[in-house]
Design a binder for this molecule. Structure first.
Ligand SMILES: [Zn+2]
Length: 299
């Protein structure tokens, strides 16, 4: 697995060479950017790999130089985790990050009952406990097989049938409550894993954005977690196919536990043409209905 960082900012086209020189000085070798002109400014999106030679500390120092020498202050950042083919082939479990490169994979909650409590006084992250079935407008699912509703996965009847046929184990189903038009409504089911995985290895990569507020002391807000890393012995003899992670994730407001799926489940989705095989966000196969599974790494 390698960690890549993309920077996004605008520069005057005439200062392009100077910008590249500043990167080079910090040991980051980038080519001439693809220039997409808007007015007099050109957008600059270098992507480079972080490793022992180019650490995030180097990058933070680079940003200071770009500001001091060239007046570049507003730098967008985006991390990518790039897995090798053998990591895809060896992983017993996958984290499902997306069921489509499209906002349509998200469905709004229309009034599920939750009890809400504050998890962290400093950043205000909240815990929520679900007290009723999810309430959604199921017509919005259209022909999608799995949608995301505020931290939970909701499956179509067709996907549920397939999971039963193929003997996928380790979850319960809770039918959602439909709220919306009668025409086009459908049955849909929240997938609730019945088991929680052991804790991740402490060697998991943790990143933050140098251009934003420092991470909160709770270790959640402002932290970008790298891929899940597990001790080999903890995940090689699992009997089930669906699990919660032990660690919290959050959406900026609320905590939730990520759902992980077995290799068997991922293969089932691909074999049945529900999704093409996607290897990473930049894969050209990642279309509006393709599922993005990231492999867990083994220690
Ligand atoms: Zn916090």
């Amino acid at each position: 697995m390698k960690v890549e960082l993309e920077n996004l900012f605008s520069i005057d086209e005439s200062s392009q060479d100077q910008v590249i020189k500043v990167y080079n000085r910090f040991g980051i070798f980038i080519g001439a950017p693809e220039i997409r002109k808007r007015n007099l400014k050109a957008s600059f999106n270098p992507i480079f790999t972080l490793n022992e030679d180019v650490t995030y500390e180097h990058v933070a120092a680079l940003y200071k130089s770009l500001e001091r020498e060239l007046g570049i202050v507003s730098i967008g950042e985006r991390f990518y985790f790039d897995f090798s083919d053998s990591e895809y082939e060896q992983a017993p479990l996958f984290t499902l990050n997306s069921t489509g490169n499209s906002p349509d994979m998200f469905i709004d909650d229309k009034g599920t009952l939750f009890s809400i409590s504050t998890h962290c006084q400093h950043c205000g992250l909240k815990e929520k406990e679900q007290l009723s079935p999810l309430v959604i407008d199921t017509t919005e699912m259209k022909d999608r097989h799995l949608v995301h509703v505020s931290g939970y996965w909701v499956a179509s009847q067709e996907l549920v049938t397939l999971m039963k046929q193929e003997n996928i184990k380790g979850y319960e189903l809770l039918e959602v409550i439909h709220q919306g038009p009668e025409e086009g409504k459908q049955q849909a089911f929240q997938i609730i894993p019945t088991q929680v995985l052991p804790e991740c290895s402490t060697e998991r990569v943790k990143l933050y954005f140098a251009t934003e507020q420092p991470p909160c002391r709770c270790g959640l807000s402002g932290i970008i977690n790298g891929p899940d890393i597990y001790q080999c012995k903890d995940v090689t003899n699992l009997k089930d196919d669906v699990f919660f992670s032990a660690e919290w994730s959050h959406d900026g407001r609320y905590l939730y536990r990520k759902t992980l799926f077995s290799r068997k489940f991922r293969e089932l989705i691909i074999k049945n043409n529900i999704s093409r095989e996607v290897r990473g966000e930049k894969d050209k196969n990642f279309g509006p209905k393709d599922w993005l599974f990231d492999p867990v790494l083994l220690k």
